[in-house]
Write a protein that binds this ligand. Structure first.
Ligand SMILES: [Zn+2]
Length: 172
C-alpha cells in the first residue's frame, strides 16, 4: 500500500517519467523502510520507550533507521542479520508483520518464527510478543483444539471402562 502511494506521489510530481507496471523489489523495500522509520519515530519519541534500548548498542543507518549493533562479524551473514532493525513490541503493524510471516511460513511455531524474524528485525520483548500474536491465529487454535480433544476422548473412554469395571466388581 505504502509502495503504491509512494509511486502515485512520484508519478504526480514527474509527469514526464511516470513509472508503470508491477511494483519493483526496490519500491517495496523503500516503502517498508519508510513505514519502519515512522513506527520507530512514533515509538522512540517517548523517553520511557527509549529506556528500553539501554541494554543495546544502537545506531541510525544512512536512511535514519534505528538498528542494533550485534557482535556478529561473520562475513557471510547479511547486513540485516548483523545489524537488525529495531521494532517495538506493542504496535499494530509489528503484530501484522509477525502474523504475515507466521502464515507465509506454513504457520511456523514460536522458535522458528523468532529465527525467521531475527533475520531482519530485533523486536523488543520478541518471545512474549510473538507468543501473544500466535495465540490469536485462528487456524493454529483450531488445530490445537482438535489435537487436544482426541486424547481427551480416549481418556474419557478409559475412565468409563474403569468405572464399569469397578461397579461390576463391587456388585460381585
Ligand atoms: Zn497459525
Amino acid at each position: 500500500m505504502a509502495a503504491w502511494m509512494k509511486r502515485f506521489i512520484f508519478n504526480c510530481r514527474n509527469s514526464t517519467s511516470r513509472i508503470t507496471g508491477e511494483l519493483s523489489h526496490q519500491e517495496i523495500k523503500q516503502a517498508e523502510l519508510k513505514i519502519v522509520k515512522m513506527i520507530q519515530d512514533e515509538y522512540f519519541i517517548h523517553e520511557v520507550n527509549r529506556k528500553k534500548l539501554n541494554s543495546l548498542t544502537t545506531y541510525k543507518d544512512g536512511e535514519g533507521i534505528l538498528r542494533v549493533k550485534t557482535k556478529i562479524t561473520y562475513r557471510k551473514d547479511s547486513e540485516d542479520f548483523k545489524n537488525p532493525i529495531i521494532l517495538p513490541s506493542h504496535h499494530q503493524v509489528v503484530e501484522r508483520l509477525i502474523m504475515t510471516e507466521h502464515k507465509k511460513n506454513s504457520h511456523a511455531g514460536l522458535q522458528m518464527l523468532l529465527n525467521i524474524l531475527r533475520e531482519h528485525y530485533w523486536i523488543l520483548n520478541a518471545r512474549k510478543t510473538v507468543r501473544s500474536v500466535l495465540s490469536k491465529c485462528v487456524i493454529c487454535l483450531r488445530h490445537a483444539k482438535r489435537n487436544v480433544t482426541t486424547p481427551l476422548h480416549h481418556s474419557q473412554k478409559i475412565q468409563s471402562k474403569m468405572l464399569q469395571f469397578l461397579r461390576s466388581s463391587v456388585l460381585i
